[in-house]
Design a protein around this ligand. Structure first.
Ligand code: NAD
Length: 362
């Protein structure tokens, strides 16, 4: 039977649609483990991606999440110049109710059985403690606490990368990358957002912040001398940079029409509600968009450094390279008159294709 004869929703059709290499279903009734590990592409190296734990309405929804997220990891690693492929795992269950040491360790055994073709890390619904449990069964896990030899919290490195992405955009738009006197609205002042606010304020930027956690908002505003604003007023501010550091899909038709800033650059994943539609809308409106997966790659760089045994200093230097990488993307976008997200995709795809050719000649 040829592939096109499968139903378009079949697992094989979905794997084929975006060129995934492998999907592993992990089931263990004793611990209640139900997980899916998706390996998108290992041309550049082992597939690295976090393990997300959440409730999904259907198994197919969980599969789609794993497929979509693992593919983004391939692009993120490729554009960051890392020798890693893209993967992602999802554990189906409520992370507050269904998690146990045994479940995590059983999941670790499944990862061990992939012999290093998949390496995992923390993600939504999992914690450094969970990574410790996985580590008891396999060495193919990163982002474990510093106390047991890991790289610890990746957020400062992620924030540094976002900061460099912002600077690259400033250089393009204003001719210099100084933040002094520039105004930035940071949406979400969690792990990455807070670190970013610190970096921005150190360079005397005027920083507006918003968050659904009001106590934290007041605390961070006071700590860094930032101005707290209501979430819904953010898109009407007269600012230079909008920095989404909370949720995806905040850059959509409605917000693009409201935004007055010339630059969007933040840490949130999947910022564009629709990559093609909104990438083009931003291009037409003259808003410079720093591709999310490029400038938020600091977390992945941190994991890579842990595997490679790099120092904190080298890790931060690697995150600073995001400045030049963003400049290259902007250059390509201008030359080809295409959205920056498309330019980033093309650069990532070319690197994979080039390395695939070299490997084929071994
Ligand atoms: P976090 O959970 O620590 O912080 C998120 C913050 O956003 C919280 O303070 C939360 O209250 C706030 N928030 C949630 N919904 C909001 C809303 N509707 N409006 C305003 N604020 C809201 O997460 P984080 O680790 O700081 O990550 C932030 C974003 O960056 C996420 O999208 C994450 O996927 C992405 N990211 C993080 C890293 C990392 O190293 N932590 C790396 C790459 C990408």
């Amino acid at each position: 039977m040829i592939l096109s004869q499968f139903d378009e929703h079949s697992v094989f059709s979905q794997l084929n649609a975006f060129g995934h290499q492998k999907v592993v279903y992990c089931s263990d009734p004793d611990t209640g483990l139900k997980a899916i590990i998706a390996i998108h592409d290992t041309t550049l190296g082992p597939a690295l991606g976090g393990t997300r734990m959440q409730l999904y309405k259907t198994e197919n929804e969980a599969l789609q999440d794993a497929l979509r997220l693992s593919r983004s990891m391939t692009y993120k690693a490729a554009i960051s110049g890392l020798n890693l492929g893209g993967g992602k795992a999802v554990i189906i269950g409520d992370s507050r109710l269904h998690k146990s040491e045994a479940l995590m360790r059983r999941f670790g055994r499944f990862i061990e059985n992939l012999h290093g073709s998949f390496i995992t890390a923390e993600d939504v619904g999992t914690t450094p403690k969970d990574m410790e449990y996985i580590r008891m069964e396999t060495k193919f896990v990163t982002g474990v606490p510093e106390s047991i030899g890991g790289s610890g919290d990746p957020s400062p490195v992620s924030a540094r990368g976002v900061f460099m992405g912002i600077k690259a955009c400033l250089k393009e738009h204003f001719g210099n990358d100084s933040l002094a006197g520039k105004s930035v609205a940071v949406q979400g002042i969690g792990h990455v957002g807070e670190n970013l606010v610190g970096l921005l304020r150190n360079e005397n930027a005027k920083v507006y912040i918003c968050d659904i956690n009001e106590d934290r908002l007041i605390q961070i505003a006071k700590k860094y001398g930032a101005k707290a604003v209501a979430n819904n007023s953010l898109f009407d501010l007269d600012i230079d940079i909008y920095s989404p550091c909370a949720l995806g899909a905040t850059v959509n038709t409605e917000t693009i029409n409201r935004l007055k800033c010339p630059i969007i650059a933040g840490s949130a994943n999947n910022q564009l509600a629709d990559e093609v539609v909104h990438g083009n809308m931003l291009l037409e409106k003259g808003i410079l968009y720093a591709p999310d997966y490029l400038i938020n790659a600091g977390g992945l760089i941190n994991c890579y450094s842990e595997i490679a045994g790099f120092s904190k200093k080298k890790t931060l230097q690697m995150a600073e390279n995001i400045y030049e990488a963003t400049r290259r993307v902007i250059q390509k976008s201008k030359e080809e008159k295409i959205p920056t997200i498309e330019a980033a995709n093309k650069i990532a795809e070319k690197r994979i294709a080039d390395i695939r050719k070299i490997k084929a000649s071994y």
